[in-house]
Write a protein that binds this ligand. Sequence first.
Ligand code: DAO
Ligand code: MN
Ligand code: FE2
Length: 305
Amino acid sequence: MVYHESFQTVKGTINWDDPMYKLYEKAKKQGKWNPADIDFSQDRIDFQSLSNEEKIAALPLVAGFSAGEEAVTLDILPMIKAMARQGRLEDTMFLTTFLHDEAKHVEMFSRWQQAVGVGDMDLSIFHNDSYKRIFYEALPESLERLNTDDSPEAVIRAATVYNMIVEGTLAESGYYAFRQIFKKAGLFPGILQGIDYLNMDEGRHLQFGIYTIQRLVAGNDANYKVFIDYMDELWEHVIGYVDYLSALGEQQKKLAPTKRLLEVDYDMLRNYAVKQFNIRKNKIDRAKKYNSVDELEKALTEVES
Ligand code: DAO
Ligand code: MN
Ligand code: FE2
């Protein structure tokens, strides 16, 4: 039996200055969009006007996002439970908005697939082994562990794969690819609007991950090593997936060498993913210079206010 020994809000109040509380406030203001309000009618017309080769070229990214959004929606609960068990009220409050955001993201892609007429297609053919290692295995494994173990190591590993790799590296690169392909081609205004909303939501999710890992690695070399080792272990699969998308693009180029509407510069996408990965590492590196969690939290609060 688990008991509460006391309640924060009867001894005092919510900590209004807590960075996670501030994120919760931000989420309430920014997170008001509704996927059901996005008009996908032009996307449907655009998709129907593409050749079969071009239609296929548009789908791998959607296949990556649809399953990715579903995975994070299904897998995040143990993180919420772990923060709640630790009595981290402000983190838990923010995470209620986080799960809701992810649910809207799954809805957005599913609605698009249905609107353009690929709702019944099995898009998992676009998931290679690297993608599967991350989304079918590492993500659920690391999050599931939090059900029984909320040690700093377990929390860092979960936030590393979820926030730093899936969100901070892959999703960020995915938004870049979406804009590069579809915006440039003047196609799919509905999904592009959805991507702008997602991007804004993910900014808040990333702040949760950065804050969570930073507070655990501040002044703790062993915890920092857990973070950096897991980042490096997962990198092989990130790049394995990005290179696979690029190989698919090359294949399609050979099938339809002329009149290409959906052109992607895969070198740029690869460079972008490398850059995102290094930005995430640097953010966590910065926390090492603080000797304690208190010192770091004070600095973070100052930055936030
Ligand atoms: O919403 O938190 C989240 C995660 C979304 C999963 C993103 C998967 C991206 C797959 C495409 C990447 C292309 C480089
Ligand atoms: Mn999402
Ligand atoms: Fe997310």
